[in-house]
Ligand binder design. Sequence first.
Ligand SMILES: [Zn+2]
Length: 171
Amino acid sequence: MPTFFGKKTWTISDIYNTTQERQFKSVGCTVNYLGVSRSVKSTSILDKWKSLFFRNKSLMKEIEVVFSFQVISNESGKTYPVKIQLLYDPFGNLIEAGQIKIYCGCPDFKFGSAYVLNNHDALFKSEKTDIDLGPAITTAPKKKRDGILCKHSYAALRYLIQNYNQLMSYV
Ligand SMILES: [Zn+2]
């Protein structure tokens, strides 16, 4: 299990292997896959240093893929957008120890997940999501809850893991 207050960067398996209760709740969601986009990861100073050291810039290129979903809660009928960003693996395998970034548009995610995920470098960010989440990114949640993710983002992540090969064929 991941530690909530450690500063470790969370991986897919850290986030996915949360409590049973959340997995049970996410069953009551319908996941619609909307599409995927890819982009070459912006180069950090460390990456620049590495590329100089290894003298092979192509090796250092990392491609991010962002999957978009629409998740409907069967209970409330409410629909929320979910984004999941992964690093593209040219071999087509899901790297469970790989980095992941997640976003959901629901209040439960905003006030229960955003802060914790951000602390572990696992919050998906864009101009739009930054505006939507606002101070929730830097404000600790008032109460601790049973899992890291809201049920929508958990359902989307499960869908992504179960249909990974098919979804990657669209990339
Ligand atoms: Zn949600």
